[in-house]
Design a protein around this ligand. Structure first.
Ligand code: SF4
Length: 421
């Protein structure tokens, strides 16, 4: 009997291979990339060990060998039998806070029969990987470790002696990006030459479609015929769909995930320097050319876009396409732009507006209200911290929150500005 309180599909079907040292040696792997996230408590103390499984000599193992490693077998046994394996603490932490965990989301549509199939015969069908941080955007909730372009902001903070303010307000700001020759990476070599032996390739960045290694890989798959059996599940910012890219992508099965966290000015404020019109056109081009049944959208909820959720929802409705819309928490959860720093009155006001949204049966949502509810319940109102983080990025890219954000948030931030004058 499978225990639904702990079962998760990922360890039976998938492997995330993302963390390398500066020589290209794999440091750790997980059944899902979320396993390497800090829990709320770990984020607050800013110290955690992302090597949740502790597999020794992992750099010498192929993805297949990692997937069938004894520690992975133990994890599968635990989750199947109702034991909360310590390695999955990020999900237990979310569930204990009444937030739909990554595990909850992945098993949401799973019947017992479906579960039995993969539990009885674990198979490496899905590989989730990452090549480097090449990216075309400087999103406010990201860091230079994940976006090459954010080095511009880093240089600005360094030059103006603002790094201490940044660490104290944003917390998460990893700059170390290992640059290595992909040819030396055993796991990538296996993926490149065995793309007909697994079914799904997940990729995050940087921006995967901005990366020439990824574009070469797509060409290689088309040439070898791997595209016929391979599904792309890339996390993409969805800004780069022109005819050249779509001409490659349309040859694959696609189940892409779009990271978009706002509309219009709010979008431009967060996902600098992208222009909303360009994103909108890119998404519509994708819908026109690529046969993907449901659009998967991930929306990171922050102080900056909380009041934009109703407009965002309306934009999705206007696309006239089935959508799965997942709301996610920003990492780390105690950083300035996190909802926990807003006053409860503002959170309640935003919640009331969201409850007024006219829901469409074509849009299936996860966590629409639970993230706000948790911020109300565990509130740590801190306008100073929010203002500091917001002003740092305003300065590094010459934006001003007044020109982009909802008047309620502007008034709240102005209160801090006035208090400082
Ligand atoms: S339970 Fe959570 S952390 Fe563990 S594999 Fe599943 S999604 Fe990942």
């Amino acid at each position: 009997m499978i225990n639904r309180k702990t079962i998760c599909k990922h360890p039976f079907t998938a492997l995330a291979i993302k963390k390398y040292d500066n020589e290209g040696k794999l440091i750790t792997a997980w059944p899902c990339c979320m396993m390497g996230n800090p829990t709320k408590e770990e984020g607050e103390t800013n110290s955690y060990d992302a090597d949740r499984l502790g597999i020794k000599n992992i750099e010498d193992l192929t993805p297949q060998e990692i997937f069938f490693h004894p520690r992975m077998n133990e994890l599968r046994e635990n989750l199947k039998n109702g034991i909360r394996d310590e390695a999955c603490k990020v999900c237990w932490d979310q569930e204990d806070r009444n937030i739909k965990s990554f595990r909850n989301v992945i098993i949401a549509d799973q019947t017992d029969e479906m579960m039995e199939e993969y539990v009885n015969e674990p198979r490496l069908d899905i590989i989730d990987t990452h090549i480097n941080n090449a990216c075309n955007l400087r999103c406010r909730m990201c860091d230079p470790n994940a976006s090459s372009l954010l080095q511009i902001d880093h240089n600005y903070f360094k030059k103006n002696e603002l790094l201490d303010d940044l660490y104290s307000s944003a917390g998460r700001w990893a700059t170390k990006q290992n640059i290595f020759d992909l040819k030396n990476v055993k796991q990538w070599d296996w993926i490149y030459n065995n793309a007909d032996k697994f079914k799904v390739l997940r990729m995050s960045g940087g921006e995967p479609f901005y990366n020439h290694h990824v574009l070469n890989f797509l060409d290689h798959c088309i040439e070898k015929g791997f595209n016929k059996t391979l599904t792309l599940e890339f996390h993409t910012n969805a800004t780069l769909f022109d005819s050249v890219l779509l001409d490659k992508v349309k040859h694959f099965n696609n189940n892409l995930n779009f990271s978009i966290d706002g509309t219009g000015k709010v979008y431009e404020y967060i996902r600098y320097p992208m222009n909303w019109q360009q994103l909108d056109t890119s998404v519509k081009r994708f819908i026109e050319v690529v046969d993907q049944e449901v659009l998967n959208i991930n929306f990171i909820v922050m102080i900056t876009n909380l009041f934009n959720i109703p407009d965002f929802y309306r934009w999705l409705v206007s696309l006239n396409k089935p959508v799965t819309l997942t709301f996610s928490e920003v990492y780390f959860m105690d950083r300035g732009i996190s909802l926990y720093n807003l006053p409860i009155s503002i959170l309640k006001h935003a919640k009331a507006k969201i409850l007024n949204i006219e829901l469409s049966k074509h849009i299936f949502t996860h966590n629409m209200l639970s993230i706000i509810d948790d911020a109300i319940k565990n509130n740590t109102e801190n306008r100073k911290k929010a203002f500091t983080e917001i002003m740092l990025f305003d300065a590094s890219r010459q934006q001003h929150y007044k020109d982009y954000l909802d008047p309620i948030i502007v008034e709240w931030l102005d209160g801090e500005k006035n208090a400082r004058n």
